[in-house]
Design a protein around this ligand. Structure first.
Ligand SMILES: Nc1ncnc2c1ncn2[C@@H]1O[C@H](COP(=O)(O)OP(=O)(O)O)[C@@H](O)[C@H]1O
Ligand SMILES: [Mg+2]
Length: 269
């Protein structure tokens, strides 16, 4: 069965399609600076594919909890023990329910530990339950950082290990990683390298542009086009979307609970 997800409008006016089966086999990396429209894009992808495939969203900012209202996702508040989270994840696979792991309000170290425990539970599920599942991780550089930060080595190891398992060894177990990052240069290379589909949004820093060009096999000069992209505009590349870099505008998500863009209003007198 072939399912084409409608992502919006491609250059030239045609519908921008994403082949869901192909995506499950080949994974996706979304990159774009803060405000470029990554979370909105993920939301669109999740809404459009909800009827077709089980989903898990690792949600560091609470952008996805309202998927519960319309699409029946179970929201798991991560403020509980790691072993509990692992058990819940195993049950989620067994019962094939879609789930949002809400990490909002936890400090970074806790977010890493909880995401690792949950992803570990999905990964280690019994072979009988290896059904296909989209596993979306927003702000993936938090969970798979390229360099050691302020968090403990242990938390970083756990989290990076879980992300590496997801992206490098998840496919056999039915797990299809979809990761989004605002800074490609901050994301661990081995985690980024396993995606074969890309959606590239607005990018300013040379170092991120250079990484993007390397990943996509583009000339550095060609990657300059990422600088001029508007919010919601992405360049798609990969077997699930297009064999050549294809500019597209992401359609509106039906139920966005993303914070509205800031707008100016006069200060009180
Ligand atoms: N394709 C789009 N169509 C309409 N609004 C969008 C689109 N992409 C993003 N937005 C709006 O722009 C703002 C920033 O988008 P967001 O997805 O939160 O950016 P990011 O996750 O990259 O920081 C949000 O208010 C979102 O609703
Ligand atoms: Mg976001």
């Amino acid at each position: 069965m072939q399912v084409a997800i409608d992502m919006g409008v491609a250059q030239g006016g045609a519908e921008a399609k994403l082949d869901l089966e192909e995506l499950l086999a080949t994974r996706l990396l979304v990159q774009g600076n803060s405000g470029s429209g990554k979370s909105h894009l993920l939301r669109r992808l999740l809404e459009q594919s909800a009827p077709w495939v089980q989903q898990c969203i690792v949600d560091p900012e609470g952008d996805f909890v309202t998927l519960a209202d319309k699409y029946g996702h179970l929201v798991v508040d991560a403020s509980r023990s790691e072993s509990e989270l692992t058990t819940i994840a195993a049950r989620v696979r067994q019962h094939r329910v879609s789930v949002v792991l809400s990490l909002e309000g936890l400090d970074v170290e806790q977010q890493m530990r909880c995401a690792a425990a949950f992803l570990g539970g999905l990964f280690d599920a019994d072979r009988d339950y290896w059904y296909p599942m989209l596993v979306v991780v927003d702000e993936a550089q938090l969970f798979a950082p390229a360099i050691a930060g302020e968090v403990s080595d242990e938390a970083r190891k756990l989290s990076l290990g879980a992300m590496t398992n997801l992206m490098c060894r998840g496919r056999k177990r039915g797990l299809a990683g979809v990761i989004a990052t605002q800074r490609l240069a901050k994301l661990a290379k081995n985690v980024a390298a396993e995606a074969s589909n890309f959606l590239m949004g607005r990018t300013f820093l040379d170092i991120d542009m250079a990484r993007a060009a390397d990943l996509l096999g583009m000339e550095r000069r060609q990657a300059e086009m990422f600088r001029d992209l508007n919010r919601g505009h992405f360049i798609a590349l990969g077997p699930a979307m297009s064999r050549r870099p294809l500019p597209m505008v992401i359609g509106v998500a039906r139920n966005p609970d993303l914070p509205p863009s800031p707008h100016l209003s006069p200060l009180p007198a």
